[in-house]
Design a protein around this ligand. Structure first.
Ligand code: SF4
Length: 397
């Protein structure tokens, strides 16, 4: 089966929090695939081939520098991609070895799992494809999910997608386990700590199975609510959503009102904070509207005041050799000293991390480069001088 379930594991965070989104998504145009999605699919396919023994580690290395077409994108297979896939594969092998898993019988790679339940009586099919599941001796079920993305970190704890796969796996393998482990491998987001784990007793998974059934049924109700939240970011119906539209319009009108009636210098810190907080939500909404408009225009729908034009990339040589033939050495730029990051990566890959530190630790600096304002929840030390200055002020709203 190549279609996706309307209540798929990968979108579970959205429809758990916004049951009404499932109906709305039925009317939404299928969003165009992105380069990042295609890149993730290629990395997953390499991982699958390696775990199924169809490709060796050496053969993986030989793919570096080649490209693979996926969903209309030419995806380069880089050393980074191969290293990330290798980490995924090695983590699976290590887990299987540690737990004495019979990999022929009890390792399930890219396996589609169905969740049975009351939703089937109302015509809803709940299923998804799990990257890897291990049914271990010592009565442990392990669900492993590889994430190739680097943008948003994913936690193992309370991970709806992983729990969903685990419930699906128990439909095939039974529930005779003591514990369930959810493992998320996301090397590009957090290279220092790429593997996240969460171990729960089987009883907890069985309780969660009830929540899953209820959440799926909630999406089938006529009056299923539309609930705004961080999950809107990945919602295919974001541009059509009345709740999102109303929120964006309210925010725009509040913002316009504030901007028109006050000079920026008169804004209080609280108002500045509200405006900045609102900015990303308004941006996200209009990004979704822009994507919908592009898709509509590509399908022949006229968007008044706009036209479809071809996107142009940067200019490039048709033949680099012809340039070299024409101007000789002048065709080449000056060689540059490699950056800290590039050289460090090369030493790491060669297993010479300590040698790198010994050679260069005293020759690396991180220059100050001005200040930036980030959310309090983001990393980075607050500037002492600015914090002291701020604490010395009394703000009046
Ligand atoms: S945009 Fe948000 S509120 Fe609207 S349907 Fe999607 S998830 Fe629900």
């Amino acid at each position: 089966m190549t279609t996706h379930s309307s209540v798929s594991p990968s979108s579970a965070h959205r429809w758990f929090n916004c049951p009404g989104s499932v109906r709305l998504c039925e009317d939404a145009p299928i969003p165009p695939g992105t380069f990042a999605q295609a890149e993730g699919s290629v990395a997953h396919s390499l991982g699958e081939a390696a775990l199924k023994g169809r490709i060796t580690g050496q053969a993986l290395d030989k793919l570096v520098g080649t490209t693979k077409e996926h969903d209309g994108f030419d995806i380069p297979i880089t050393q980074e991609m191969v290293d990330c896939v290798r980490l995924y594969v090695r983590t699976v092998w290590a887990e299987a070895k540690k737990l004495l898993v019979d990999i022929k019988e009890n390792m399930f790679v890219e396996q589609q799992f169905f969740v049975r339940g009351p939703h089937e009586a109302v015509g809803v099919s709940a299923y998804g494809t799990c990257d890897c599941a291990l049914s271990a001796m010592f009565r442990r079920l392990v669900v492993i999910d590889y994430k190739h993305g680097r943008g948003v970190g994913v936690d193992a704890e309370d991970n709806e997608q992983g729990l969903y796969y685990a419930v699906g796996a128990t439909e095939v393998l039974g529930t005779d386990y003591d514990e369930v482990e959810i493992v998320i491998i996301q090397p590009r987001f957090d290279p220092e700590s790429p593997v996240k784990r969460w171990l729960i007793p089987m009883t907890q998974l069985l309780e969660w199975r009830g929540k899953l059934h209820n959440a799926i049924i909630a999406t089938t109700k006529e009056d299923a609510p539309l609930v705004l939240g961080d999950h809107c970011r990945w919602c295919p119906a974001a541009a059509l959503c009345p709740a999102r539209k109303k929120e964006a319009m309210d925010l725009v009108s509040i913002t316009v009102d504030v901007v028109e009636n006050r000079k920026i210098v008169e804004f209080t810190p609280v108002q500045i904070s509200e405006l900045l907080m609102n900015q990303s939500r308004i941006d996200d909404f209009f990004t979704a509207v822009g994507e919908l408009a592009l898709k509509s225009a590509e399908n022949g729908i006229v968007i008044p005041g706009f036209k479809l034009v071809e996107k142009r990339g940067h200019r490039r040589w048709v033949s680099e050799q012809a340039v070299v033939d024409a101007v000789g050495p002048a065709a080449f730029g000056e060689p540059e000293v490699k950056s800290v990051a590039v050289l460090e990566k090369e030493y790491k890959q060669a297993g010479k991390r300590e040698e790198f530190d010994a050679l260069f630790a005293n020759n690396i600096e991180i220059p100050a480069n001005g200040n930036k304002l980030v959310r309090e929840t983001q990393g980075g030390e607050a500037q002492e001088s600015i914090r002291a200055f701020r604490e010395s002020l009394v703000f009046v709203d």
